[in-house]
Design a protein around this ligand. Structure first.
Ligand SMILES: Cc1cc2nc3c(=O)[nH]c(=O)nc-3n(C[C@H](O)[C@H](O)[C@H](O)COP(=O)(O)OP(=O)(O)OC[C@H]3O[C@@H](n4cnc5c(N)ncnc54)[C@H](O)[C@@H]3O)c2cc1C
Length: 402
């Protein structure tokens, strides 16, 4: 049995950032990844400027194979049912369009941690001064012993289930699916990620160019019909935007914990087990999760290092250090922050003010109608009340943190 300082579950971006901090501090770290590396990851690969800076500062310039075509993205274009479109450039220029299969492998390799791929985390027992981890590799059980475990295993985290078995039932689950089409004619600019605030299309509707094809994506409540939702969007884009596509040649989808950051309900772990990245609930608006995965992952690694140096409980350290990332992520969803501050990395306010009065009114009305779509959920109502309370109480309600 291997005995190390830290086991990280998952070999994605949050794991790479955590591993970098731990290895730099001299801690022996093993990363467990259930898939064979480099592995596919369903993702649009649109990196925010903050995520880009993190990668550059911590891992260096990205290799060409870690990028899709087009290799960069200028920003996001919002489309509204009133047919107003608002292109918004990222602050500070374009960012790389990541090919997650290779960017994640590049980052985790550069972290310097020891990587055990095709090794699935199965369970753990926290004994106070150490954690026993059970995993499976090629059908065989493998055991590890570590001082701390970091769960960086994404939305359907088994590490969370190991410490809070009922957690998955306490949050809303979505399905996101995307289909890849060869293009006949597509007037949507390939330089932008396109997002529709359209209640008739679904909770989350997007499109962008990748490697000569056009992706059409839809997000909706678990249980709805993917094929029907997707067809609806394809027809809408043809009719309203003149997008003409061949039938799709490929599709993929997955379940998403789309909501914890919306209602400020994160999960950071228990005892010697820390949860980070999207597993913890970090997801920015428009489903941008890479920058907060990187930053929260780094903070989880730093928290382990600091806890050892100061001889303090690691949970206490992590919760104190992660507060800045919580505020940043939760602000992204706060309608009042969006209206009066700049929580995003593209200038919504400037794009809005560039419109005429009439179009501005249409956009605000369409946005409101879109947000009301989320009121049907209990947590959607919580979002509205949380957004209204926050400026009054001047902070975030810590009691929601698990
Ligand atoms: C369709 C779609 C489009 C998206 N587009 C964007 C985008 O354009 N920009 C953006 O910033 N974000 C986007 N996101 C979100 C982004 O992909 C995630 O937020 C981000 O990858 C989260 O990183 P993470 O490190 O927390 O976890 P993940 O990237 O989810 O990685 C978790 C890792 O853990 C491994 N794992 C899981 N279970 C186990 C286990 N039991 N044992 C061992 N290993 C395990 C997985 O195989 C995986 O490698 C998108 C997501 C989807 C679904």
């Amino acid at each position: 049995m291997r005995s190390v300082d830290v086991i990280i579950v998952g070999a994605s971006l949050s794991a790479a950032a955590a591993a970098k901090r731990l290895v730099d501090a001299g801690l022996e770290t093993i990363v467990l990844e259930r898939k064979e590396l480099p592995r596919h990851k369903i993702c649009s690969g649109i990196l925010s400027p903050r995520g880009h800076r993190f990668l550059l500062e911590n891992f260096g310039p990205l290799p060409r194979e870690a990028l899709h075509e087009p290799t960069s993205c200028r920003g996001v274009t919002f489309h509204f049912p009133s047919m107003v479109s608002m292109p918004m450039d990222f602050f500070g220029g374009t960012t790389p369009h990541l090919h997650r299969k290779y960017s994640d492998y590049w980052a985790i390799t550069r972290s310097g941690a020891e990587i055990h791929d095709r090794t699935s985390f199965v369970g753990l027992e926290d004994h106070g001064d150490h954690v026993m981890v059970q995993a499976r590799k090629n059908g065989e059980s493998v055991a590890y012993r570590a001082r701390q475990v970091i769960g960086a295993d994404g939305p359907s985290s088994l590490v969370i289930r190991a410490i809070y078995p009922d957690y998955p039932q306490s949050i809303p689950w979505f399905f996101v699916g995307q289909k890849f089409h060869d293009i006949i004619d597509c007037p949507l600019s390939p330089d932008y990620f396109h997002f529709w605030f359209h209640p008739g299309l679904g909770h989350y509707t997007w499109s962008h160019a990748r490697d000569g094809r056009q992706i059409i994506g839809v997000g909706f409540k678990r249980g709805d019909n993917f094929a029907q939702k997707h067809r609806n969007v394809v027809n809408y884009l043809a009719e309203k935007h003149g997008v003409r596509l061949h039938p799709h040649t490929e599709d993929e989808g997955c379940g998403e914990n789309f909501g914890p950051s919306l209602i400020n309900r994160y999960v950071f772990g228990k005892g010697n087990v820390l949860i980070t990245g999207q597993a913890a609930g970090f997801l920015n608006m428009i489903g941008e999760g890479m920058s907060c995965a990187l930053h929260s992952g780094a903070i989880s690694g730093e928290a382990v290092v600091e806890a050892r140096l100061r001889n303090r409980p690691v949970q206490e350290m992590y919760r104190r250090m992660i507060a800045s990332e919580v505020r940043r992520t939760t602000d992204q969803w706060n309608p009042l922050k969006i209206a009066f501050e700049r929580p995003h990395e593209a200038d919504f306010r400037a794009a809005l003010m560039a419109l005429g009065w009439r179009d501005r009114g249409k956009v605000l009305r369409d946005l409101w109608r879109f947000l009301v779509l989320y009121k049907e959920f209990k947590w959607g109502r919580q979002m509205f009340s949380a957004a209204l309370q926050r400026p009054l109480i001047g902070g975030y309600s810590m009691q929601r943190w698990l």
